[in-house]
Design a protein. Structure first.
Length: 569
């Protein structure tokens, strides 16, 4: 059997230095002997690496120890070299008898410098005590997570799996070293993703709660303004002031909706309610909303409706939102006395284009890409001067793209005006007469009074809604909480419950279930929460409609018309 001799690290240190730690002189004979031993050690390492050695004899303080590396084990050593983990064979004293190249790569040293090195060089004292304990344990293996000490203070996270390897002469430790770097990176990525998702959920919850709190006081303000505007005998100046107040409240509601739309788009939950609609009629409705602002700035508005085909399948509410944003932006960024032109045309019977051009501040051509990014309006100075959140165009493009259309912007530069072009495919039935009739049809009041149970804990909203509902020929019993509502329903013969969802003593969702089960009432939910999941929860609870605050008198009127038809069935 071939054997190779090795000298322990302790013996080498006594040759290398004196008791005071300084080098000392050796004779020519001693130097030659030392040189021979170094050459022998180098040859031993080369033989081990080349697989030419069957056993390793280690001279130590406890005498000679023989560690067998039998030739029959050669295939296993080849296998160990192919492992993705580091593999190390260690003596009870911590001397590395064998290591594969993977372990050498882990610690960043040549393989010849790893073999015969002390394992404690790479491990903490705690880690070495843990893995070496396997020799005196009944356990087959010991697992320990730690860090390998590398060059220049670097560390590598690893798992050490130690097991006993009985040899004829003495037991040694077989160590498998698993690099945890990739696992840690994966774990960190997963944790970062979870944190980001939780942050998004927290943000969405915050925005929903904020919108609810902001929307609630807007409802009585809008309903009260409607009442005042319809009162006779108001002076022209007073009526104009009321219009200004109403316009700004509606703008506030639109900004809140933009924040929620941004959340919907980010979550991929911006849904369309498609119906047959006339885009010209939708455009005229958007113009009517903006007309007061156009007149207040003495701007000249030119309208050219050249499109012969303008009816098709679309979400009329969302398309009105798009057109309102485009017209309002043109008005907002155009100076008093400036001009705005709106024209429509067909490139074919299957599409319609709407172009909104103004003589306003314009923008540099390289700003086009940013125009449709969230919170962008062409620069901070624009935001400071004109206000707004910079969400409108981004939301508009998302809505248009969901309709499989396009929204483009162009400008010749600063103070040279801007043009926004909307192109929309026309799907489904086409034709002006059918769609205009549908869009322009006037809803009629119910044939007989609807007996309504109103449940609203916000006093101003409850008062304003009661006034409007009675104006629309409803018999109203107004209550402020769920208990009052149940008592009223047991005493009065009622048909419809209009209930806020955030009641002080019980959820409006739970109340709806009880009112429908006990008294057969049809329900309409009222809430400042208007996300898709909120609407779905209302439907699941039995509500036939969900009105999101702020509620206008027109919204109440439309709801009553629809519910009246349902009650007459």
């Amino acid at each position: 059997m071939k054997k190779a001799a090795a000298t322990s690290s302790a013996s080498r240190s006594r040759v290398a230095q004196g008791n005071n730690g300084r080098g000392y002189w050796v004779s020519h004979e001693e130097f030659g002997a030392l040189n021979d031993r170094l050459r022998e050690a180098q040859e031993t390492l080369e033989a081990i690496r080349n697989g030419e050695v069957d056993a390793l004899v280690v001279h130590g303080d406890n005498g000679d120890q023989v560690y067998s590396l039998a030739g029959s084990d050669h295939p296993y050593r080849v296998y160990v070299e192919q492992m993705q983990e580091g593999a190390v064979t260690v003596s009870p004293e911590g001397l590395i008898l064998f290591a594969n190249r993977r372990f050498a790569d882990m610690v960043g040293l040549p393989l010849e410098k790893v073999i015969s090195e002390s394992l404690q060089r790479f491990l903490t004292e705690e880690a070495w005590c843990e893995v070496s304990s396997v020799l005196g344990s009944d356990e087959e293996s010991v697992k320990h997570e730690t860090q390998l000490g590398l060059q220049k203070g670097a560390v590598l996270p690893v798992t050490l799996t130690a097991s006993k390897l009985p040899l004829p002469e003495q037991e040694v430790i077989c160590l498998v070293v698993t690099d945890l770097t990739e696992q840690r990176e994966t774990e960190n990525t997963r944790l970062a993703k979870e944190v980001a998702e939780q942050a998004n959920l927290a943000k969405d919850s915050f925005l929903a709660a904020l919108s609810h709190e902001l929307r609630t006081p807007l409802t009585p303000a809008l309903l009260g303004l409607k009442q005042l505007e319809e009162e006779g005998g108001l002076a022209g100046a007073a009526r104009r002031e009321l219009e200004i107040i109403r316009r700004n409240i509606e703008l506030e509601a639109r900004l809140i909706d933009d924040l929620l739309d941004l959340t919907r788009i980010a979550r991929g939950k911006l849904e369309l309610n498609l119906a047959q609609a006339d885009l010209h009629a939708v455009l005229e409705q958007a113009l009517a909303i903006c007309q007061t602002e156009v007149e207040s700035k003495s701007q000249v508005l030119a309208l050219e409706l050249r499109a012969k085909h303008h009816g098709g399948s679309m979400d009329p509410v969302r398309m009105q939102q798009v057109l309102w944003n485009l017209i309002r932006n043109a008005t907002k960024f155009t100076a008093p006395g400036g001009s705005i032109s709106i024209r429509t045309w067909n490139d074919s019977a299957r599409s319609i284009s709407v172009e909104v051009t103004d003589t306003g501040i314009g923008f540099e051509p390289d700003m086009v890409r940013k125009m449709f990014e969230p919170f962008e309006q062409g620069g901070r100075h624009i935001t400071r001067q004109f206000g707004g959140l910079g969400l409108g165009l981004m939301i508009c493009r998302s809505i248009v793209e969901q309709h499989q259309g396009t929204l483009e912007a162009k400008s010749a530069g600063q103070n040279k005006g801007a043009t926004f072009t909307l192109t929309l495919p026309l799907k489904g039935r086409n034709g002006k007469e059918h769609d205009s009739a549908k869009m322009g049809a006037k809803t009629s009041a119910p044939g007989k009074p609807v007996r309504v149970l109103l449940v609203e804990d916000h006093a101003d909203t409850r008062r304003a809604m009661t006034i409007i509902l009675r104006k629309y020929h409803c018999e109203v019993v107004a209550t402020s909480n769920a208990q009052e509502a149940l008592e009223a329903a047991s005493k009065e013969k009622l048909e419809l419950v209009i209930s806020d969802l955030g009641l002080p003593d019980k959820s409006g969702l739970e109340l709806m279930g009880q009112l429908h089960k006990k008294f057969g009432l049809v329900g309409v939910a009222v809430s400042g929460y208007g996300m898709e999941e909120d609407i779905a929860a209302s439907r699941d609870a039995g509500f036939v409609e969900h009105l999101t605050k702020p509620i206008t008198s027109e919204a109440l009127k439309g709801m009553l018309d629809r519910v009246a038809k349902l009650l007459r069935k």
